[in-house]
Design a protein around this ligand. Structure first.
Ligand SMILES: Cc1cc2nc3c(=O)[nH]c(=O)nc-3n(C[C@H](O)[C@H](O)[C@H](O)COP(=O)(O)OP(=O)(O)OC[C@H]3O[C@@H](n4cnc5c(N)ncnc54)[C@H](O)[C@@H]3O)c2cc1C
Length: 667
């Protein structure tokens, strides 16, 4: 089919090279490896059916997903995607799996939670023992922490692991209904192992939550072992190819050596020892997953923005006086839905990359015995993970609505993207809970700054308390400098205000610190959100400025940075004005400039989303097709409805016809 003329014209008239941007986003080598992983999945007939996952009933869906997992296991070996210790291979495997399943899949937590936990919590000997079995899929595992009554509050978990020194075993036990493990991915029917979090008890003393390698099913028959009751938790909002499960353990015994002992050990006689390391060290694997989730949120939004923008280029509505219908992409109001989404996807992408590099730097310092930047890392990963999940979900829904009625159809592909992405707001730390932690950290950092302590690099700006001095001249570079200083000052003001309020509550209400913090939770969350938003602006601007883009492409990206920074200020203008980070005159200048920037971004809108380089398979959308032939695709999709298998549906003969006959008989 020839390419739609409107979308072809968009590409011809763009003044940037999309390929140049693609290389900047993923790196030249990274872009090729990613493309290769996508193509391998796309060309493989074994993975055809995942495009129709959202239309299958649960049993069929799960059966098909498991069949594909077995093919995937072979392909991972074949393509060399199996080395979990190598970050590049980890990423390639992620690309491949995302293209195979187009969403979560039964062994997702095996790769994303189980293996990283063994690597992060096991001793070298334990890694040597367990990892090869996990990598060759003899052990299929999950990460099993959440219980019916506790998720965020990890210390509240009730499952116990009581040491029996007479047999050198731990006895794992679910003491009551509320302690049933609930939600772990793959637990229901797929896994035979779990890294299970439980309260460690030795001779009556509770040592807190620890990770245990726990076999759940027989390795030959796959039957649950005696003392193990396990099942699937039934339908969810999305991601139904994955069997999230529940688990009840009844005085279930595992060997002492199955406590993952990197940070804490129990000797045969029951002596407990713990390494003297900061608590954040034990959570480094979770921190790593949070960095990955920032990029995952960016990717989801990039896909939704690609679909909505391409569709807006080919969709025409409302004839003018000359009888010409305009592309909906030409309407200013449509641009104000799409361009913030496109720019946010870019901003989150650059933030994910910057976070990854901060993570690597800090990890290297930890390796050299320097623990001083762990709180900074926690602040960055928690804030950015929560913010990117929240803001991407918001924009994905805006993209869906920007497609009008067809956005409501599964054919648009956006409902699936939304369902998958919104999980990121809850897993690996629920957003509000993370913001509260970040807010409290900011208060602590501010106090340190006030007492003259040197702050870690990402927080150093908290020591600067003077209002923005940069003049607003509305030239790209200086606008960006102005905006960044406005963001910084706003956070300093927010942090200072909430610190002051907490201190006041402590002195006047005679409450303890915990109660004082609770009284100002809303302000703490606001401060943390502002901090994360500022990070995305800064990381976007730094990423673009530091890139090796050609001049035209660089200018276009700087316009996007400008638009993104201004848009975020304008949308939260009340807060910025209240904190005197800018004045009403400056705000009005920024508003006008934002509208002007729409005209700068408009000619390159399609090229900007093409640069995300998602093949049609990954978009899985009639509206987002590269060739723009959306109406043909929608018609084919409609014809494919299972209701259309019979020209006269059997229900007509069973119900409608008898009803009509009965009515006629009474007349
Ligand atoms: C699709 C999916 C997959 C999952 N996979 C896994 C898995 O593989 N393994 C696993 O162990 N778990 C898994 N989980 C569970 C997940 O980790 C938890 O749901 C998550 O940590 C949130 O905890 P919660 O459900 O207890 O929410 P809650 O903590 O009960 O949150 C409910 C509300 O209470 C608020 N709240 C909670 N605490 C506070 C507080 N201190 N102050 C203010 N507000 C608060 C929250 O902001 C939220 O609005 C999964 C969940 C989902 C949805």
């Amino acid at each position: 089919m020839p390419t739609n003329t409107d979308i072809a014209a968009e590409r011809a008239n763009s003044n940037i090279n999309a390929r140049d941007l693609t290389f900047t986003l993923y790196g030249e080598d990274g872009a090729y490896r990613r493309k290769l992983a996508f193509e391998r999945a796309d060309k493989d007939q074994a993975f055809e059916k995942s495009k129709k996952f959202s239309l299958m009933d649960r049993d069929k869906l799960y059966d098909e997903a498991i069949r594909m997992e077995t093919v995937v296991a072979q392909r991972l070996q074949e393509y060399g995607y199996n080395n979990s210790k190598d970050i590049q291979t980890f990423l390639d495997r992620g690309y491949f799996l995302s293209a195979v399943f187009l969403g979560v899949h039964p062994f997702a937590i095996h790769f994303g939670g189980f293996i990283p936990s063994i690597l992060g919590q096991g001793t070298p000997e334990q890694i040597q023992e367990f990892l090869p079995k996990a990598e060759c899929m003899e052990y299929i595992g999950t990460y099993c922490q959440t219980e019916l009554s506790h998720g965020s509050f990890v210390r509240g978990l009730e499952t116990t692991a009581t040491y029996d020194k007479s047999t050198e075993e731990f006895i794992l036990h679910t003491p009551n209904l509320s302690a049933i493990k609930f939600w772990p991915g793959g637990l229901g029917r797929s896994c035979n192992y779990a890294v299970l979090m439980a309260q460690l008890v030795i001779t009556g003393k509770n040592y807190g939550i620890h990770p245990f390698m726990c076999q759940l099913r027989d390795l030959n028959t796959h039957q649950p072992l005696p003392g193990v009751e396990v099942g699937d938790i039934n339908y969810k909002f999305g991601g139904n190819a994955l069997d999230n499960g529940y688990l009840i353990l009844t005085h279930y015994r595992i060997p002492r050596t199955h406590l993952l002992m990197k940070y804490a050990q129990v000797s045969p006689d029951g002596t407990y020892t713990r390494q003297d390391v900061p608590p954040q060290i034990a959570y480094l694997s979770m921190t790593f997953l949070r960095t990955i989730l920032v990029t995952a949120s960016a990717s989801s939004l990039a896909k939704a923005a690609t679909i909505a923008t391409r569709y807006s280029a080919v969709r025409r509505q409302t004839a003018n006086r000359d009888g010409i219908e305009r592309q909906i992409l030409d309407y200013q109001t449509q641009q104000m839905k799409l361009f913030p989404a496109i720019c946010t996807a870019y901003a989150l992408h650059f933030s994910g990359a910057a976070l990854q590099s901060a993570y690597n730097d800090i990890l290297a310092s930890v390796g050299n015995g320097d623990m001083s930047r762990l709180s900074e890392l926690h602040c960055l990963t928690s804030g950015l993970k929560a913010y990117s999940a929240d803001i991407s979900s918001h924009h994905i829904e805006v993209c869906r609505r920007s497609c009008g009625g067809h956005g409501y159809s599964h054919a648009s592909g956006i409902p699936d993207i939304y369902q998958q992405n919104v999980i990121n707001c809850t897993v690996e730390g629920e957003s509000t809970v993370l913001y509260l932690q970040v807010g409290r950290s900011l208060v602590k950092f501010l106090k340190k700054a006030d007492s003259g302590e040197k702050l870690p690099p990402a927080l150093a700006f908290l020591s600067e308390s003077s209002p923005p001095t940069a003049k607003l001249t509305l030239r790209t570079e200086s606008t960006l400098d102005f905006c960044v200083s406005v963001f910084k000052y706003n956070i300093v003001q927010l942090s200072r205000a909430v610190t002051h309020q907490i201190a006041q509550s402590l002195s006047t209400n005679s409450v303890n610190l915990e109660a004082a913090l609770a009284l100002h939770s809303l302000e703490l969350v606001k401060t943390a959100q502002a901090f994360a938003q500022y990070l995305t602006v800064l990381m976007f601007v730094d990423g673009v400025k530091g890139s090796k883009l050609n001049p035209k492409e660089k200018l276009c990206m700087l316009h996007m940075c400008e638009f993104y920074a201004i848009h975020n200020i304008v949308e939260e203008s009340g807060q910025f004005l209240k904190n005197e980070a800018l004045n009403a005159e400056q705000l009005s200048q920024l508003c006008q400039h934002r509208t002007f920037l729409l005209t700068k971004l408009r000619p390159n809108a399609v090229a900007l989303v093409d640069a995300f380089d998602y093949p049609d398979r990954l978009l899985n959308s009639c509206l987002g097709r590269y060739d723009g032939n959306v109406y043909e695709a929608l018609y084919e999709y409609a014809k494919d409805s299972t209701l259309n298998q019979h020209q006269v549906h059997p229900s007509y003969h069973k119900y409608i016809k008898p009803m009509q006959q009965a009515i006629r008989a009474k007349l």
